[in-house]
Design a protein around this ligand. Structure first.
Ligand SMILES: [Cu+2]
Length: 304
C-alpha cells in the first residue's frame, strides 16, 4: 500500500496554550489542544486521511480507517516531529513505556490507558520514523479525548486531541456525580481533598483510601512504576493532565524522579497532588494495581 498523502482536503488548526502553572506536577507546563474539522471533498483519491496536529514537538494523529466507527479495530498512529519537521528519534522511556495514550469518552463512561508496546514490540523502524501505532476498538459513538504523554531527552510533554466516532450505540449525556465514596468492583474507594474546596491555580492534595470487604488494602502494587497513574480531564476536553500518585507524605517533586524506587507493597492511602489550570468540572481517572489487576477509579471534581 502506498503511503497516504498528507495533502489535505481537511482543515486542522492547532491551538496551544500555557497553563501558567510552573509546578512540576503539570508535566511540561504546556498543554495543547489540537482541534480538527473535516470537510466533504471532491477528491477521488481514497487514500486521503484526516490528521490532527499539535504544536512543537509536533504530534500528528492519524486514524486508520479515517472514518472512526464503533466496533471496528482502529489504528491511531502518532508521529512526533521537531521544529524542523524531522522525526524525533530520541524519545525517553517514562514509566516503562515510550508513549502513554489515554482515551476517554465525553460522558466519561469509557476509559483506556494504552501504549504502542501493548500490541507488539516497538521496532527500530518505528523509532526512526517516530511513528507509533496503538490499536483500539471504540465501543460507543460520540466524542473522545485522546491524550498522549511522552518525553524527549527526559523533558516530558503532554498533548491531546478530540475525535469523533460514528456508529452505534451512542454514548449518553454526562452524568454529574460528585460523590467522594465509590465502589469499583470489590473495592471501596474514598477520596478526600485538602483543602476541601478545590480552586484553580492552587495545589490540591487528594487522598485515596482503598478498602476491600471493610479492610484497608495494604498490598497495592506499583503500576507502570507509579503508585497510581491519574488522567485528569475537563468535561469540555480543554485540559488533559497525566499525573502520578505518591505514598503519603512524599514530596510532589518525587513524581519526576526518573528512577524512583517503589516499595513492592503499599496502601491503603495514595496521594495525588494536582494543580488545576482553570475552573470547571473535571474527571480524575486513577489507576491502581492490586493482585496483578488494574483497577480504574473515577471521581468528578468541581474546580472553582
Ligand atoms: Cu501509560
Amino acid at each position: 500500500m502506498k503511503m497516504p498523502r498528507l495533502i489535505v482536503p481537511f482543515v486542522f488548526l492547532a491551538v496551544c496554550y500555557f497553563t501558567g502553572s510552573a509546578v512540576a506536577a503539570q508535566a511540561a507546563g504546556i498543554d495543547a489542544k489540537a482541534l480538527y474539522a473535516h470537510h466533504a471533498h471532491d477528491s477521488e483519491d481514497t487514500n486521503d486521511m484526516p490528521f490532527m496536529k499539535s504544536e512543537s514537538p509536533v504530534v500528528t494523529l492519524k486514524p486508520v480507517p479515517a472514518m472512526i466507527a464503533t466496533g471496528v479495530p482502529e489504528t491511531l498512529t502518532f508521529s512526533i516531529t521537531g521544529d524542523d519537521g524531522k522525526p524525533l528519534e530520541d524519545l525517553s522511556i517514562t514509566h516503562e513505556r515510550l508513549l502513554h495514550v489515554v482515551i476517554a469518552s465525553k460522558d466519561f463512561t469509557i476509559f483506556s490507558h494504552i501504549h504502542p508496546e501493548d500490541s507488539g514490540p516497538v521496532t527500530p523502524a518505528m523509532k526512526k520514523a517516530a511513528q507509533y501505532p496503538v490499536k483500539y476498538v471504540f465501543p460507543k459513538a460520540g466524542s473522545y479525548i485522546v491524550g498522549i504523554d511522552f518525553a524527549v531527552k527526559d523533558n516530558p510533554y503532554s498533548r491531546h486531541f478530540e475525535i469523533d466516532v460514528s456508529g452505534a450505540p451512542k454514548m449518553g449525556a454526562l452524568k454529574t456525580d460528585f460523590s467522594r465514596q465509590k465502589k469499583f468492583g470489590v473495592y471501596d474507594v474514598t477520596l478526600s481533598s485538602a483543602p476541601e474546596a478545590v480552586s484553580a491555580g492552587k495545589e490540591v492534595l487528594f487522598s485515596y483510601r482503598v478498602m476491600k470487604d471493610g479492610t484497608p488494602v495494604t498490598d497495592l502494587e506499583p503500576y507502570l512504576s507509579a503508585y497510581m497513574h491519574a488522567a485528569i480531564i475537563s468535561t469540555d476536553f480543554k485540559y488533559f493532565m497525566h499525573e502520578h500518585g505518591l505514598a503519603p507524605g512524599m514530596a510532589e517533586h518525587m513524581d519526576h524522579m526518573m528512577h524512583m524506587n517503589l516499595p513492592e507493597k503499599f496502601g491503603p492511602v495514595i496521594e495525588l497532588h494536582v494543580t488545576f489550570p482553570a475552573r470547571g468540572t473535571y474527571e480524575i481517572f486513577g489507576e491502581i494495581k492490586h493482585h496483578d489487576k488494574v483497577i480504574v477509579t473515577s471521581f468528578m471534581v468541581e474546580v472553582r
